[in-house]
Ligand binder design. Structure first.
Ligand code: HEM
Length: 420
């Protein structure tokens, strides 16, 4: 798998693949350009200890969709749905030429490879009461607290089931969305749906420089898979493991151990964050950089160095003031300012046209992954809500929290250990 945090390596692989595909250009002749063939061929396995779509770099296209179970659909119907969904995704993510899911085929993705398609499934808090499974509801799925600056639309928030779809081709992503929706017919209905995007692979020779719609390099100080506590930050440890004992001993405001069926899983916090781009664009670049604490051109921290230099929050600038201001986003959000709270951010940008006020309805579909939201998103957002210089340019408009179980093994479906 391509891993988030090793984007440099993934980028290099992408360029190599482009070269290799270049060699095949004669065979492909005028049929299709080489770069597209390399994007289409990229394959992320569906099966594994963790679900796909968490540690891999975010794809060029994303669809987030939440479902509510139909009246009368209980545990058996939900299990059958997760089985249908898992079988369809296994088929669509097959290396080489992906298969046609039995549940539905509109031919929209015909002629395309898997294009790094991932489909990730999660359960919302309300799922457990509807399926008679409240005894297995994770403590960590307690509703998120109200944050004073929130402007949430309940119709676009939460839901019984959540599906995250990502692919590096828009048609492959749309096809997967239709398959997921068609497979749910009669069992669950769409509650809300959001569309996002990121940079297209191959658009830049520097793939680490994923930029958001404010123009900032975003994701630099994410936990990296190479770091010793990466797995502990992002994934729920297996019950009884040393990591599980360490997590409960750590306490620190967390919710303790998760149920055994969540081993290898993660909790996703989803926020539709509108960027107030017209106000933001009026700020001179130097002010924009102060608000974040990093340079816009290359993402270097204002404490000095390059984009990869560690942040020095203590550094005093030539003017005698803190180089990274007291209300800079990276100071207020840093693990060091929040008793070590950390999460893996893996976002998609969104743009849903121009709003009635004439400004872009655009921003970030922010997705934070962590082993325990009480040791990740919640304490950090509590701090950001009041103290972050960036919050004046943002509006949190929708919110969800989902328990995303571990990955399926061969022949299994996602969520099987909860539902069987
Ligand atoms: C860092 C932008 C919302 C948590 C950053 C950085 C940027 C950024 C540009 C610096 C580069 C990096 O390390 O990734 C934004 C934008 C947001 C947003 C545009 C909203 C539209 C949030 C939210 C949270 C969050 C809601 C969590 C509750 C963090 C964390 C860091 C960070 C933990 C790393 C801080 C560090 O240790 O250096 N963000 N962010 N951000 N952000 Fe955000």
């Amino acid at each position: 798998r391509r891993l988030l945090g090793t984007a440099g390596a993934a980028g290099a692989a992408g360029l190599v693949a482009g070269g290799a595909a270049g060699a095949g250009i004669a065979a492909a002749a005028e049929d299709r350009p080489a770069a597209l063939a390399s994007v289409g061929a990229a394959h992320i396995p569906f099966e594994g200890a963790h679900q796909a779509g968490i540690v891999e770099p975010a794809q060029a296209r994303g669809h987030l969709v939440a479902f509510d179970l139909a009246p009368g659909a209980g545990r058996g119907a939900a299990a059958a749905l997760l089985r249908r969904w898992s079988d369809a995704v296994r088929e669509m993510t097959r290396p080489g030429r992906p298969g046609t899911p039995a549940v539905y085929d509109d031919q929209v993705a015909d002629d395309a490879g898997p294009s790094s398609l991932t489909v990730t499934f999660g359960f919302g808090r309300t799922f457990f009461a509807r399926t008679g499974l409240t005894a297995r509801l994770p403590e960590a799925l307690a509703p998120l607290p109200d944050f004073p600056a929130d402007a949430l639309d309940p119709r676009r928030s939460n839901g019984d089931l959540w599906v995250q779809i990502g692919a590096d081709d828009a048609l492959v992503a749309f096809h997967a969305l239709r398959v997921v929706q068609r497979a749910a017919a009669g069992t669950a209905a769409v509650r809300w749906q959001m569309n996002g995007f990121n940079r297209t692979p191959g658009a830049t020779a520097r793939p680490r420089t994923a930029r958001n719609l404010m123009g900032q390099i975003d994701g630099t100080n994410n936990p990296k898979p190479s770091e010793p506590d990466f797995a502990r930050t992002v994934f729920v440890p297996a019950a009884g493991s040393a990591a599980s004992a360490a997590a409960s001993a750590a306490g620190g405001g967390g919710t303790g151990t998760s149920p055994a069926w969540m081993a290898g899983g993660s909790y996703a916090v989803v926020r539709r964050i509108r960027m107030l781009l017209d106000s933001w664009d009026h700020l001179p670049v130097a002010r924009q950089e102060k608000v974040i604490g990093r340079r816009k051109s290359d993402g270097a921290p204002l404490s000095g160095g390059t984009g990869t230099t560690p942040v020095d929050l203590e550094r005093i600038g030539a003017d005698g003031a803190l180089a990274i201001a007291g209300d800079a986003h990276i100071r207020v959000a840093a693990a060091a300012s929040n008793s070590g709270a950390a999460m893996l951010r893996r976002a998609f940008s969104f743009h849903d046209g121009i709003g009635t006020d004439g400004t872009p309805d655009a921003g970030l579909l922010f997705i934070a992954w962590q082993a325990d939201p009480m040791r990740g998103f919640v304490p950090v957002q509590r701090k950001l809500d009041g103290a972050d210089g960036l919050s004046r340019f943002l509006r949190h408009e929708a919110s969800g929290l989902f328990a995303v179980p571990g990955g399926a093994g061969p022949g299994e479906y996602v969520g099987q250990s909860l539902l069987e």
